[in-house]
Design a protein around this ligand. Sequence first.
Ligand code: ADP
Length: 486
Amino acid sequence: MQLKNNNLLQQQAFINGEFVDAKNGNTFNITNPSTGGFLTRVADCGAEETEAAVLFASVAFQEWKELTGIERGRILRRWYELMMDNIDDLATILTLEQGKPWSEAKGEIKYGASFVEWFAEEAKRVYGDTIPGHQRDKRIIVLKQPIGVVAAITPWNFPNAMITRKVAPALAAGCTCVIKPAEATPLSALAIAQLAREAGFPPGVLNIIPTNKAAEVGKVLSTHPIVKKLSFTGSTPVGKLLMKQCADTVKKVSLELGGNAPFIVFADADLDAAVDGAIASKYRNAGQTCVCANRLFVQEDVYDLFLQKYKAKVAYLKVGDGMEEDVVIGPLINEKAVKKVEHLLEDAVSKGAKKLLGGGRHELGGTFYEPTILADVAVTMDIHQTEIFGPISPVYSFSDADDVINMANDTPFGLAAYFYGKNIDLIFKVAEALEYGMVGINTGMISTTVAPFGGIKESGFGREGSKYGMEEYLVKKYLCLQVETN
Ligand code: ADP
């Protein structure tokens, strides 16, 4: 691995400010999904190391929470600056372990760092309230205090940003953190741990537990009485399991789970803009984001024209190793992901969908998959109810707004939705009727630090980023003071 700063390649757990091996010395392999080649070995921690990290985080919390928001913000700001100074190396590590194109990885590092910058500033603004008393001799004050030790369990599709989006607000609020990164992508997490050390976070404030034993480590994080909050991004079944495990100690929980995003194109839309928006939303990260367009609904009057324009552009998306220039679609994360995509495609085609483009493994082999467009998709197909997590665009036609709203909402998920159209009355009708936490209107790109990211229904709850993001890590305490009046 060619890095300018070799300190960023860390293979051990980060516990109490030190990089340490697993107690039993076990390690597991990290591979490059583009080549299938071996990258390095990383400490394989278990329950024991996780419990130790929780205890260190608990000790560190006592002092960290006493700093002013300004003091915590300064350290976060330094962390942000170090991330930006090392952006090329962080992007290289990310591309090598995750597969996304290097320029896209750089985009993720910027996006991830933007949460650290944002919450470095928000750290100063944890305002409480004063409430006019309910009796003449009562004074009421509301304090916001950090909830305590926070556990974060994060996925492989955004190995950097899904961590910063959780830990930046937690640390700004005065909490301390124990993070379990995804088994496929611990290197990005450990690289920012190294930068956290350089930024001056006291030992124990931020801990990272790499592991190939997700269930064992997850059990400790979701049941340990010292952990007061669990924030999870990942699949819906694992989110539901963790929520159940958190019940016994009544932890505060945030869940950012699967999506099944509709992308609707009305007949009066700017079709070229809709094509670009759909490509940006669908094919980013090879279709492996929870806000990726999962079902494209196009109004019948413009259905053929949209497909023609869409196919013309999608056909030119270059697939390959993310470290190669001009590549815009990398590999899928592993063989299981390819098998899932293959099943969805076969099921759809067997029920009448037409392959307009692609439709199989890419000639590069490995876990590369062709950018694919399926036309004439119907609600009876498995793909209608499943988060694809791959580069397939299933396209449906629809007749009117009520028809498409019903189809779009016909899913237990409610994360992101998109639509393109010009009629202002229709814009409000559709925006209000879509049962989703986030709606992109005439845009396919909605993720930003300044807005609240999160879902409804089985896509979870809790919001990340924005002025709302820190609330997830704070508890309110109200003081009721009786005073003498005369
Ligand atoms: P994906 O299918 O995208 O890999 P997962 O929900 O399996 O989604 O993974 C998201 C995160 O959840 C990863 O860090 C993974 O290691 C973790 N995870 C998976 N299973 C469990 C579990 N039983 N307990 C705790 N964490 C888990």
